[in-house]
Design a protein around this ligand. Structure first.
Ligand code: GLN
Length: 489
């Protein structure tokens, strides 16, 4: 069992193709691992019957030589993706036992390519959070612990279940979503690889909407190659999402191992924060040195509007959220708390169904969109967003191929650390700019802190140039090695 779950996705793919083992064996090994790891709370719904049925069907296909690129690979699905006939809640009480009658485009492409669904993964409620503590199913536990301690640590968020499950080898890869950092931050905090593709690269259809102009799906996996393999299946044009882009999907895996010689890598001075921990500084310098040793040229760059990104994000994201979440009224989906009038029914349902962080976002969003404040807040934030985008455009226009930054300002912190909302929001300081500009960004494990917890670096790319991120990411991975938590659960 241990052996099969510790394979990389690429190794498992090859083993299945060589008939070294079957998808049913691989799936059973993962179902066993999930059962033995319930204390991590990574899965909010296990679907073993469906998993075995999918595995058997794909084994038959493999035997006929008809397996797709992901034939027989067991995956976990973030509970933000609608899965047909399988409960989908966004980890909010308000969706109750909602069972969608349709499948999200991204997951349907994974099944098209032969993947097997193990179950649904925990996340922050409606993907709002950076610690996976706002989920109505309770917090997820990071499989990593500080050296010599057994304090439970968060896996980051909002895709905390995805990151924890992948790091703990409960699945070979997972879907995730990223609105301000929710793929890259949890990947960094768990020693896994996470890529947020260019806005429009993956369809948003069938993904519970948070902030539609920022939301993007992407994979979390244990290696850069595995994330490239998953990306190819997840990406693609979808007429059902008007913001998805009609561009051919490249063979991302082919970018692995490509030379990065002569590439210009920008190091933005504005990301050097006051009070940044020395180990983050060191990690960043080390990453730069590895890329240089591989033949890249490191250049100082300036992204002058960086400091406005987080405040502007916390206007735009709540504004869009307040509008997207208006549909949860107790009439159409999930939870209904009756009242004496329809107005009271709405109020009771929303008061009871939404958690504190979601209510805070709805209130902020409603405020910044209201008459009299719209110009002062929302419109101004949109202008700031344009300036942030232009910073990156100017940088790329000077011939920069990608930008190297830390992925997070710190390693994983304790469950229940009770950060105030602004402290929590600061987790995304290095990642939100990328969503604001619609660019691709990858987080790759690059080192450890003094307490032996994993730390990640981020590479930001030109629009639709995920391939360069995979090439550069693999250079870092080769230099840093892979990161696996010691098993205690
Ligand atoms: N942590 C950020 C937030 O709470 C980003 C979340 C995300 O990317 N979904 O909004």
């Amino acid at each position: 069992m241990t052996l099969l779950t510790s394979l990389t996705l690429a190794e498992a793919r090859d083993g299945l193709a060589n008939k070294s083992f079957t998808s049913l064996e691989l799936t059973d090994a993962h179902l066993g691992a999930i059962e033995a790891a319930r204390t991590l709370n990574a899965f909010v719904l296990e679907t073993p019957d469906q998993a075995r049925a999918m595995a058997r069907a794909v084994d038959a296909k493999i035997a006929r030589g008809e397996g797709g690129p992901l034939a027989g690979i067991p995956l976990g699905i973030k509970d933000l993706f609608a899965t047909r006939d399988v409960r989908t809640t966004a980890c909010s009480k308000i969706l109750g036992n909602f069972v969608p009658p349709y499948e999200s485009t991204v997951t349907s492409q994974l099944w098209r390519d032969g993947a097997v669904m193990l179950g649904k993964l925990n996340n922050d409620e409606f993907a709002m959070g950076s610690s996976n503590e706002t989920s109505c199913f309770g917090p997820v536990v990071n499989p990593w612990r500080r050296e010599g301690a057994n304090t439970e640590l968060v896996p980051g968020g909002s895709s905390g279940g995805s990151a924890s499950a992948v790091a703990a080898m409960l699945c070979m890869g997972a879907t995730a979503t990223d609105t301000g950092g929710s793929i890259r931050q949890p990947a960094a905090l768990t020693g896994t690889v996470g890529i947020k593709p260019t806005y429009g690269r993956c369809s948003r259809w069938g993904i519970v909407a948070f902030a539609s102009s920022l939301d993007q799906a992407g994979p979390i996996a244990r290696t850069v190659r595995d994330s490239a393999i998953l990306m190819r299946s997840m990406a693609g044009h979808d007429p059902k999402d008007t913001t998805s882009v009609d561009r051919a999907v490249p063979d991302y895996e082919a970018a692995i191992g490509k030379s990065v010689k002569g590439m210009k890598i920008g190091v933005p001075r504005e990301y050097r924060l006051d009070g940044m921990p020395a180990e983050i500084e060191k990690l960043w310098a080390e990453g730069a040195a590895w890329l240089k040793a591989a033949g890249a040229e490191l250049v100082d760059v300036s992204l002058p509007h960086t400091k406005y990104a987080l405040p502007a994000y916390y206007i735009i994201a709540p504004a869009e959220a307040s509008s997207n979440l208006a549909r949860y009224d107790g009439v159409r989906y999930g939870l209904r708390v009756p009242g004496r009038s329809i107005g009271e029914l709405y109020e009771n349902t929303r008061a009871e169904g939404f958690g504190a962080e979601v209510r805070r976002r709805v209130m902020i969003g409603t405020y910044v969109l209201s008459a009299g404040y719209y110009d002062a807040y929302y419109l101004r934030a949109q202008k700031v967003r344009t300036l942030i985008k232009k910073d990156f455009e100017d940088c790329f226009a000077k011939g920069v191929h990608a930008i190297l930054t830390p992925a997070t300002p710190s390693a994983a912190f304790a469950v229940g650390a009770n950060l105030d909302p602004v402290e929590m929001y600061l987790n995304d300081i290095f990642t939100v700019t990328v969503n604001m500009a619609g660019l691709p960004g990858i987080a790759v494990p690059a080192g450890r802190d003094a307490q032996q917890l994993p730390l990640g670096l981020q590479l930001i790319g030109r629009p639709f140039d995920e391939e360069t991120l995979f090439s550069l990411g693999e250079v870092i991975e080769q230099a840093a090695g892979r990161f696996t938590p010691a098993r205690w659960w």
